[in-house]
Design a protein around this ligand. Structure first.
Ligand code: FES
Ligand code: FES
Length: 169
């Protein structure tokens, strides 16, 4: 027997709904089952590929987005729970193609190595600087607690965040 089993097709069609997501100041409509992790429609339907799939378990921070200003892993947040919220993905940090001061500080400090973790780290750092524009190093470390970097860039990342804070003051 080949193709999708009948029971699988029936389940998929029955479960699918259309959700309106407010992402980076724009509305996007996606159709999927309600328990689909937000990360999938962001990447696959709305074309926002900056948020990455790492662990899929809410443990590495690669998929971090802001939900109503709070850094939140999008890999274990069901899409139904994101509807109606203000979602910011990494693409929303720049304005008219110009990087945010925080992103520019990351470039100035050469903070990224492979870059896989960086969008998630940028979202956690953005949330931190909105809450506390002049964090100390301990505050930065605490804010990045949920972001893993397999390349070991945290020292440069911390420098970049402190640099952005200093340049903004
Ligand atoms: S992919 Fe979401 S926290 Fe790791
Ligand atoms: S720069 Fe490679 S995982 Fe962080």
């Amino acid at each position: 027997m080949t193709g999708t089993p009948e029971w699988a097709t029936a389940r998929t069609l029955a479960d699918e709904k259309t959700f309106t997501l407010n992402v980076n100041g724009e509305q996007g409509r996606v159709t999927c089952s309600a328990d689909t992790p937000l990360l999938y429609p962001l990447r696959n339907d709305l074309g926002l590929k900056g948020s990455r799939f790492g662990c899929g378990l809410g443990q590495c921070g690669a998929c971090m987005v802001l939900i109503d200003g709070h850094p939140t892993p999008s890999c274990d947040l069901p899409v139904w729970a994101a509807e109606g919220k203000d979602i910011v993905a990494v693409e929303g940090l720049s304005t008219d193609g110009e990087m945010s001061p925080l992103q520019q500080a990351f470039v100035a400090e050469q903070a990224a190595q492979c870059g896989f973790c960086m969008s998630g780290i940028l979202m956690s750092a953005t949330a931190l600087l909105r809450l506390n524009p002049r964090p100390d190093e301990a505050g930065v470390r605490a804010a990045l607690d949920r972001n893993l970097c397999r390349c070991g860039t945290h020292t440069r990342v911390i420098r970049a965040i402190l640099r952005a804070a200093k340049e903004a003051s």
